[in-house]
Design a binder for this molecule. Structure first.
Ligand SMILES: CC(C)(COP(=O)(O)OP(=O)(O)OC[C@H]1O[C@@H](n2cnc3c(N)ncnc32)[C@H](O)[C@@H]1OP(=O)(O)O)[C@@H](O)C(=O)NCCC(=O)NCCS
Length: 368
């Protein structure tokens, strides 16, 4: 009989074996899942690794990492989901669906408000997960990039940037981000989580005021995803310095192109790029779906953001039930209304000035 439950700490090796088989070795890749996701597949996180077991053998997995999102200073209780798999011999029997719904119920009970999922497949779409967020993908190229001289600046580029405390200070100033501790930062940087196919190490570029290496202005973290093309997985800090660092990759680091994915809430970086005449391509957040797991805790957590954004004489409506149309009754519609910034249809005033609420960038160092 198949049982559905959390993994036990001593089963972590067996879980990693299954996810490595499904996501890596069966496709001819190295078994890197444990190395790439060390804060997920660890005994301490066992209670958030949900498995199906047949006669004690683990045959399906859903990995959860709880993360606090910080959106304009307000905390949202989030979970990231990934490594969803069923052993090939057990597929198509409803095991993935049952496990998924068990996870959603658990997150609801524990007042986790929203889960972001790595993947967009039918399994998720049939279970009220929708694409959300919004971003613009820009490709900067060596020929047309306009190189600015920012006076009094220097930078460092490294595949082993050790002073992650400096990066942490920059990340902490971001308006939309995950809560990430000083202990976690070096672990995640070394793990190279959301890069597929996996690479050995990420490259970090850090911009400083001259002679002020103890305090950075901005960073770019990424990797060469095709020869001569650098893909940024995460950036933070002063946006002019982010632009300047991208130029250093083209000017001095042998790159011909830099791919920069900019969330739509980042109006400053987008305006720098468009004022340089660079056109981007709009989309939802990459390969991600989002599902609300607890409507009331979500509304409680985002209400201060709504209050801050509200303008006009009246007070904001006090309940989630007061949102327009059928939004409250339809979970997918509600998720789209609150969080989708691409393909968005207008809801009218005052909603269109308040929503979408930005979700932290999913493909950076934090999982999903
Ligand atoms: C995705 C996966 C976990 C599903 O596990 P499962 O135990 O077979 O799941 P279920 O039996 O509950 O049902 C899901 C699958 O059955 C089929 N299915 C079930 N109900 C269905 C329905 N009502 N209509 C159409 N298809 C249905 C589909 O193929 C569906 O998968 P998909 O639509 O996402 O492609 C499994 O196929 C797997 O491990 N795939 C490889 C790893 C992977 O791609 N993981 C997801 C990363 S995003």
């Amino acid at each position: 009989m198949v049982e559905f439950r959390s993994a036990r700490p001593e089963e972590m090796e067996e879980v990693v074996e299954l996810v490595n088989y499904v996501f890596r070795t069966s496709g001819g890749m190295e078994p890197t899942m444990g190395r790439q996701f060390p804060t997920i597949f660890c005994p301490d996180n066992a209670s958030d690794i949900y498995v199906a077991a047949d006669e004690g053998r683990i045959i399906a997995n859903i990995a959860i990492k709880r993360n606090t999102g910080i959106i304009y200073g307000h905390k949202v209780s989030m979970a990231n989901m990934g490594a969803v798999c069923t052993h090939p011999q057990y597929r198509g029997r409803g095991i993935g669906t049952q496990l998924l719904n068990m996870v959603f119920d658990r997150l609801n009970e524990e007042e986790v408000s929203v889960v972001t999922i790595s993947g967009t497949r039918g399994l998720y779409r049939r279970n009220q997960c929708v694409e959300a967020g919004g971003m613009v993908t820009y490709v900067l190229d060596k020929q047309s990039y306009s190189y600015w001289a920012l006076g009094g600046m220097e930078y460092e580029i490294s595949k082993q940037f050790d002073d992650t405390g400096v990066l942490c200070d920059v990340y902490q100033r971001e308006a939309v981000r995950y809560q990430r501790s000083r202990m976690e930062f070096p672990v995640l940087l070394k793990a190279v989580p959301m890069v597929h196919p996996p690479v050995d190490a990420l490259t970090t570029l850090v911009a400083f005021r001259e002679g002020r290496k103890d305090s950075a202005l901005a960073y770019l973290i990424g990797y060469e995803n095709k020869p001569g093309v650098f893909k940024v997985v995460e950036y933070a800090g002063e946006r002019l310095a982010v632009w300047w660092l991208a130029g250093k990759l083209l000017e001095h680091a042998g790159m011909n192109g830099v791919i920069l994915e900019v969330p739509i809430y980042d109006a400053v970086l987008s305006s720098i790029l468009s004022s340089e005449g660079i056109r981007g391509i709009n989309s939802y957040y990459p390969s991600t779906t989002v599902r609300i797991t607890n409507k009331s805790s979500l509304w409680r957590e985002i209400y201060p953001i709504v209050e801050e954004m509200w303008h006009g004489g009246d007070k904001p409506p006090c309940g989630i039930e007061d949102l327009p149309g059928n939004v409250y009754h339809d979970l997918e519609e509600l998720t789209t209304f609150l969080f989708a910034g691409f393909n968005r249809h207008p809801y009218g005033a005052p909603w269109d000035r308040i929503f979408p609420i930005p979700l932290p960038w999913p493909n950076g160092l934090n999982y999903v």
